[in-house]
Design a protein around this ligand. Structure first.
Ligand code: GUN
Length: 314
């Protein structure tokens, strides 16, 4: 039986409408959540991402402020911008869009973000709070993966979870979240021996390596749940044929645009898995919804008293 497709659009709309409801409630009590996005230079992909984030704020009633320093901005200038945002009471979340220009020390800029406003969950204080099971702002992509598992009623406790990729943004926080939810977690990476064999242990397999179609059926335990975090653009016709030959919709798209998007999984994993997130239309759809959720959570944690902050959706 082919795998269940875990539709990111459905979950993202559910989450967004829950967040919008909470924004209404908070705004009515005098606390309108606000997000500041810092977009440095003119990277087209970053511009697209940030535009989507600002648009999502508008849809949900979250105040937003877009700050666009030039490509030439120095580390010190960006730290100054972040510090000014730290001091503004109406700003609950600060998002510094990555990558920053090569001459900027990204780690120093991210460290300047107040942990209370760190809606990306990148600050070491939030990393530490997550790993010690304290209240934390959690990175959006792994948080979105957990929401998919929860909303699709996929068991986590006692299950084997295998994560391929050890990035600070996805692999490591994902391992923490799954560990905190009582899975038995293995993190794999480029030096892991017998990778397909290790991956085949996974009742839950998280693919977060950034290599197009890398995870093939050979890596998949029959019936496993696969969360495909990869977003890779392919333009090479040979690669296209390897993954999508016979898929009419993709063939039409590739003929028109000369490119398509593929995850870290070979599309044929659907034959082996129990449930799979598609690319596009899977995990990626939840990332912005979770950012909105983090902005509201940051507003609640910083601006409400302990009693008021006990929210229905916690
Ligand atoms: N660039 C690519 N992904 C991300 C993300 O999750 N957060 C930020 N700030 N920048 C990114």
């Amino acid at each position: 039986m082919p795998a269940t497709i875990l539709d990111g659009n459905t979950y993202a709309s559910q989450i967004k409408s829950e967040v919008a409801e909470e924004v209404r409630r908070l705004t009515a009590s005098g606390v309108r959540p606000g997000l500041a996005a810092v977009l440095v230079g003119e990277n087209p992909a970053s511009q697209t991402y940030v535009r989507s984030k600002v648009k999502a704020c508008e849809e949900l009633g979250i105040y937003s402020d877009l700050i666009t320093p030039p490509e030439s901005a120095t580390t010190e200038e960006l730290i100054e911008i972040v510090e000014q945002l730290n001091a503004r009471d109406e700003i609950d979340g600060i998002l510094v869009q990555l990558p920053l220009p090569a001459h900027v020390d990204s780690k120093r800029v991210l460290l300047a973000v107040s942990p209370e406003k760190d809606v990306d969950g990148f600050h070491p204080v939030n990393v530490g709070n997550l790993s010690t099971q304290r209240p934390a702002l959690v990175p959006c992509t792994p948080a979105g993966c957990m929401e998919i598992l929860k909303r699709a009623n996929i068991a986590i406790e006692g299950q084997e979870a295998v994560i391929v990729g050890r990035s600070d943004i996805v692999g490591k926080p994902m391992a923490m979240l799954l560990t905190n939810a009582n899975a038995t977690v293995t993190i794999c990476h480029s030096r892991t021996k017998n990778l397909p064999e290790v991956c085949r242990r996974g009742d839950i397999l998280v693919a977060a390596i950034g290599r197009p179609g890398f995870i093939t059926t050979e890596f998949v335990k029959p019936g496993a749940t696969i969360l495909d975090v990869g977003i890779n653009h392919i333009t090479d016709p040979v690669l296209f044929e390897r993954f999508f030959k016979g898929d009419e919709k993709r063939e039409k798209q590739f003929a028109e645009k000369g490119r398509t998007i593929i995850g870290d999984c070979d599309p044929r994993v659907v034959r082996m898995a129990g449930a799979v997130t598609p690319v596009p239309g899977g995990v990626g759809k939840l990332t912005i919804a979770m950012l909105m959720g983090n902005t509201v959570k940051a507003a609640r944690m910083r601006r409400l008293t302990a009693v008021e902050a006990v929210a229905p959706s916690a």
